[in-house]
Design a protein around this ligand. Structure first.
Ligand SMILES: O=P(O)(O)OC[C@H]1O[C@](O)(COP(=O)(O)O)[C@@H](O)[C@@H]1O
Ligand SMILES: [Mg+2]
Ligand SMILES: [Mg+2]
Length: 332
């Protein structure tokens, strides 16, 4: 009889004790995200049966057509976080600006802010390919008791206290870090419980997979074109394998298990790349670094970039340390 896996709840309690989280707030925050993810997962799994596929009919601040599931997931995560009175502010890919949360008993008495991409991989929703959710947690800068301000959200990624993602794929997984390594939990849908399935995840030092949307090749900077050619050369342990799912969470999760590099560079089509620093690149970079990988914009460590706008975009090179370092050599 194999040892039963620890549940997420048991893990959180043990982790809280081991790493002496100041209070149970962070644990309650992770728990509330876990609960919301279970409901979103239920909707994702039956999206084809109910009217939740397709476009919502509006565009978001990014100028992108909002998918119905984008809007559904956004609403659900925001309501869950507000109702459980755990955070003082929320920012989302689907919201123009940040949301100020006032606790029912005392105004603004919580100390964490959450930034999130409620549904990542929107282009995959209608074609039954895995999608995800990404979240990032900071301690507020403004004093407790006052309303949050933009500066609470424009903190560099190296100030994150927690970050994680959920993949709604062949199985539903929650992967997160609080700065003490990375752990993966798989949902048993039959009983609605997450179990520790991937303890202490480590990003392979190198790999054979490169993930980039080569359809944009002609628009890439020369350094990226040269790195792609390097990956395709018949030499040493190359050519590498090209894998691109089109969901950031899924592409990076696969590379964290197998080794590899994900690149979304700037191009003549998107001056700073497509991915958003605050709720896509920073949380994924925190997780990847905690697992021993590397994340940069081709030049600078992602986590050291000082944000200036809520929805700012950055080029993103992320994955196995030696592969990111090699790609950066071509960007000189
Ligand atoms: O279709 P493209 O341009 O290759 O972009 C794919 C990338 O865009 C994204 O879908 C952007 O995220 P959203 O779906 O949350 O907007 C990433 O998940 C994915 O890696
Ligand atoms: Mg996204
Ligand atoms: Mg999204």
């Amino acid at each position: 009889m194999t040892q039963p896996h620890q549940t997420l709840g048991e893990f959180i309690i043990e982790h809280q004790r081991a790493f002496k989280y100041s209070t149970g707030e962070l644990s309650r925050l992770i728990n509330s995200i876990r609960l919301a993810a279970k409901v979103v997962n239920h909707e994702v799994n039956k999206a084809g049966l109910v009217d939740i596929l397709g476009q919502h009919g509006e565009t978001n601040i990014q100028g992108e057509d909002q998918q119905k599931l984008d809007v559904y997931a956004n609403k659900l995560f925001i309501e869950t976080l507000i109702n459980r009175e755990i955070v003082c502010g929320i920012a989302s890919e689907e919201e123009d600006s940040f949301i100020t949360v006032q606790g029912h008993n005392k105004a603004h008495d919580n100390k964490y802010v959450v930034l999130m991409d409620p549904l990542d991989g929107s282009s995959n929703i209608d074609v039954n390919v895995s999608v995800g959710t990404i979240f990032s947690v900071y301690r507020r800068i403004t004093p407790i008791g006052q309303p949050v301000e933009m500066k609470d959200f424009l903190q560099p990624g190296n100030q994150q206290v927690a970050a994680g993602y959920i993949i709604y794929g062949t199985s539903t997984m929650l992967v997160y870090t609080t700065g003490h390594g990375v752990n993966g939990f798989t949902l048993n849908p039959a009983i609605g419980t997450y179990y520790l399935s991937n303890p202490n995840l480590k990003f392979p030092e190198t790999g054979q997979i490169y993930s980039i949307n080569e359809g944009n090749y002609v628009h890439f900077p020369q350094g990226v074109k040269d790195y792609i050619k390097y990956c395709q050369e018949e030499k040493d342990n190359r050519p590498y394998t090209s894998r691109y799912i089109g969901s950031l969470v899924s592409d990076i999760h696969r590379n964290m298990i197998k080794g590899g590099i994900y690149i979304y560079p700037k191009s003549s089509k998107v001056a700073n790349g497509k991915l958003r620093l605050l709720y896509e690149c920073n949380p994924m970079a925190f997780i990847v670094e905690q697992a021993g990988g590397k994340a940069s914009d081709g030049y600078r460590r992602i986590l050291d970039i000082q944000p200036t706008e809520l929805h700012q975009r950055v080029p993103f090179f992320c994955g196995s340390k030696t592969m990111v370092e090699k790609a950066e050599e071509f960007m000189k």
